[in-house]
Design a protein around this ligand. Structure first.
Ligand SMILES: Nc1nc2c(ncn2[C@@H]2O[C@H](COP(=O)(O)OP(=O)(O)OP(=O)(O)O)[C@@H](O)[C@H]2O)c(=O)[nH]1
Ligand SMILES: [Mg+2]
Length: 317
C-alpha cells in the first residue's frame, strides 16, 4: 500500500489560484489525529465525519481496524485507499490482529482512556474511472469519554464534534447480548448513549444514526433466545427513537468473527455498513462548515485555518 502523502493537494478547490509557496508545511506524525489536526483536514478538503459510540469493549476499535485492513487488501465497498494522515495510528490498532504480533489469536489493543476525542483519517477514491478523492474522518468515543458524557450533560456538551458528525454509529455489544444476565444492560446502555446525545442536542438534523449490533457471530452462536432478544431490542430502539431521529437505521455486523468465516448465511456486514456510513445524505452534501463565519466554539488555530481556506474558496472561480 502506498504511504500517505506528506502534504496533500487541495483537491476540494481544483482551480484555486496558487498564491505563494507557504513558509511552513504541516507535517503529520501519522498517529491518530487530535482535534486541531482533524480541524485542519476538514478545513483543507470536505471531510465526512463518522463517529462510533459505544460502551467499553463494544468493538469500536475493531471496526476501525477491520475497515483499514480491508482497504489494505484491495478495493473495499466500492472504494480504494488513497492516503491517510493517520497510518501509524491504524497500524497500531491492527498490530495485535496480525501474526507478526506473536499473539495466539487476533485481538485489539484496549483504547487508552482519554478525555479528548481522537480521529483517524482516510482518503478514498471510488473504484469507478475518474472518481474524485474524498476524505473521511473516523472517531471512536472511548469507553471513558463516553462514561463521562453519559453521566453529565455538561460533559456530553464538551463532545462538540458530534454536532458535525455526518453519521453516528451506536454500537450494541453482541458479546453481552449473547449472555442472558448481561443483555438487558447492553440494550439499555446503547439506548442511553443516544438519549444523552439527543438530550444535549448534539445530533444534527441531517445526521444518519445507526444502531449497530457488533460481534454478531457471538449472538448467533448463543442460539435462538439471543437472536429473539436482539430482534425485540431493535423494535424497542425503533419505537423509542424513530420520532426523534430523522435518519435512523439498524444493522448487524461481525467485524472480526471468532467462529469460522461463512457461519450460517451471514456475511460480516462491514462492506454494506461502510457504504451506508460514508454516504452523504441530501441535507449535508457539502460536508464542510458554512463559509459565513467560523463556529464560535472553534479554537484560535481552527479559526485561523477556517479564514484561510474560506478565503481561498471564495477566490475560486
Ligand atoms: N467474536 C467477536 N469478537 C469481536 C468482534 N469484534 C470485536 N471483537 C472483540 O471484542 C473485544 C473488544 O473490542 P474493541 O474493538 O477493543 O472494543 P472497543 O469498543 O474499542 O473497546 P474500548 O476501546 O476498550 O472501549 C476485542 O477482544 C475484540 O477482539 C467480532 O465481530 N466478533
Ligand atoms: Mg477501543
Amino acid at each position: 500500500m502506498a504511504d500517505a502523502p506528506a502534504a496533500e493537494t487541495t483537491d476540494s478547490v481544483p482551480n484555486a489560484p496558487v498564491a505563494e509557496v507557504p513558509a511552513f508545511v504541516d507535517l503529520y506524525a501519522g498517529t491518530e489525529l487530535g482535534a486541531a489536526d482533524a480541524e485542519a483536514v476538514t478545513l483543507r478538503s470536505p471531510a465526512h465525519l463518522v463517529v462510533l459510540a459505544g460502551a467499553a469493549e463494544s468493538g469500536k476499535t475493531t471496526v476501525l481496524g477491520s475497515i483499514y485492513e480491508r482497504l489494505n487488501q484491495g478495493p473495499f465497498a466500492g472504494f480504494q485507499f488513497a492516503g491517510s494522515r493517520s497510518l501509524l495510528g491504524f497500524e497500531q490498532i491492527c498490530h495485535l490482529n496480525r501474526l507478526a504480533s506473536g499473539g495466539t489469536r487476533p485481538d485489539t489493543p484496549r483504547t487508552v482512556p482519554s478525555d479528548e476525542a481522537v480521529y483517524y483519517h482516510l482518503a478514498l477514491r471510488g473504484t469507478e474511472p475518474g472518481a474524485r478523492r474524498r476524505h473521511l474522518l473516523l472517531s471512536a468515543i472511548s469507553g471513558e469519554l463516553f462514561r463521562l458524557a453519559k453521566n453529565s450533560r455538561e460533559d456530553c456538551e464538551r463532545l462538540t464534534f458530534l454536532h458535525r458528525a455526518n453519521t453516528i454509529v451506536v454500537l450494541v455489544d453482541g458479546a453481552r447480548l449473547a449472555v442472558p444476565a448481561q443483555r438487558t444492560n447492553a440494550q439499555s446502555e446503547a439506548s442511553s448513549i443516544l438519549d444523552s446525545f439527543l438530550d444535549a442536542k448534539m445530533v444534527g438534523s441531517q445526521c444518519r444514526v445507526e444502531f449497530v449490533v457488533s460481534k454478531l457471530d457471538l449472538v448467533v452462536d448463543a442460539g435462538q433466545p439471543a437472536v429473539d432478544f436482539l430482534n425485540r431490542a431493535e423494535e424497542k430502539f425503533e419505537a423509542r427513537f424513530r420520532g426523534r431521529v430523522g435518519n435512523l437505521g439498524f444493522r448487524r455486523i461481525a467485524a472480526r468473527p471468532e467462529v469460522a468465516p461463512g457461519y450460517g448465511t451471514l456475511a460480516d456486514g462491514l462492506a454494506d455498513a461502510f457504504v451506508s456510513w460514508t454516504t452523504t445524505t441530501s441535507g449535508n452534501q457539502v460536508d464542510v462548515w458554512p463559509l459565513d463565519a467560523p463556529p464560535s466554539n472553534l479554537r484560535e488555530f481552527g479559526k485561523y485555518g477556517w479564514r484561510h481556506f474560506a478565503q481561498s474558496r471564495r477566490e475560486t472561480p
